[in-house]
Write a protein that binds this ligand. Structure first.
Ligand code: DX5
Ligand code: ZN
Length: 223
């Protein structure tokens, strides 16, 4: 029996001037995790926020914080985000290079669940060797750096490839997909075996956030 897919709204699409309210509303509306998109202006052109925002978000929710580091040299940032209250820290294979396994171990050593991220043009094979170390494996279905982009269809096969590898090896690693998730494509993505759907634009643009989160999870969409 497939476990229920989890919804991790991305606060990248929230009103940054009212983040506390946004996070409280996400929890009230049934989100499972809060996806925190940290961008450093170098790994990706945009700068979003740092560990202080994660600390502030932590004060407004009991939900797990899923911190997605779109930064160069992520190993150097682990302690800061661990202290801020991150429950998951995911790091890009493209930013870690041959230090991916070491970086994942560093996250675990800081008492935080760890994960690898691969961008749309990075093959699953580039991070497969670190899968055993992951509590979560994040497949980007848009290019990192912006919310509101269109789902890149070809990335779904990679998410399936990751899930098949997790099942084949009997691992407990969650597979997460991130970017361009809508009420229209969520069912198909969940059917591919994905455990966590990240959705920013779809959730924050919704007139009925609770109904939209339920619809992303495959429930009936409100009225
Ligand atoms: C993009 C971020 C994603 C993005 C998802 O770099 O990692 O989490 O904000 O937002 P939507 O759902 O709007 O594509
Ligand atoms: Zn993200």
């Amino acid at each position: 029996m497939k476990s229920r897919v989890m919804i991790a709204p991305s606060i990248l699409s929230a009103d940054f001037a009212a983040m506390g309210n946004a996070v409280e509303k996400l929890e009230k509306c049934g989100a499972d995790l809060i996806h925190c998109d940290v961008m450093d202006g170098t790994f990706v052109p945009r700068i979003t926020f740092g560990s202080q925002m994660v600390e502030a978000v932590k004060r407004h929710t009991s939900l797990p914080l899923d911190v997605h580091l779109m930064v160069v040299n992520p190993a150097a940032k682990i302690a800061d985000f661990a202290a801020a209250g991150a429950d998951y820290i995911t790091v890009h294979a493209e930013a870690c290079g041959d230090r991916l396994a070491e970086t994942l171990r560093g996250i675990r050593a800081a008492g935080v669940k760890c994960g690898a991220v691969i961008s749309p043009d990075t093959p699953f094979a580039a991070a497969e060797g670190a899968l055993e170390l992951c509590d979560i494996f994040l497949v980007m279905s848009v290019y990192p750096g912006l919310g509101g982009q269109k789902f890149i269809e070809r990335t779904l096969a990679k998410a399936e490839e990751a899930k098949n590898a997790v099942v084949r090896r009997g691992l407990s690693c969650l597979v997460e997909i991130d970017g361009g998730i809508t009420v229209e494509n969520a069912g198909r993505v969940a059917d591919a075996g994905v455990d966590v759907l990240v959705a920013g634009n779809t959730v924050f643009k919704a007139s009925d956030m609770a109904a939209t989160i339920a619809a992303l999870r495959g429930g009936k969409c409100g009225a």
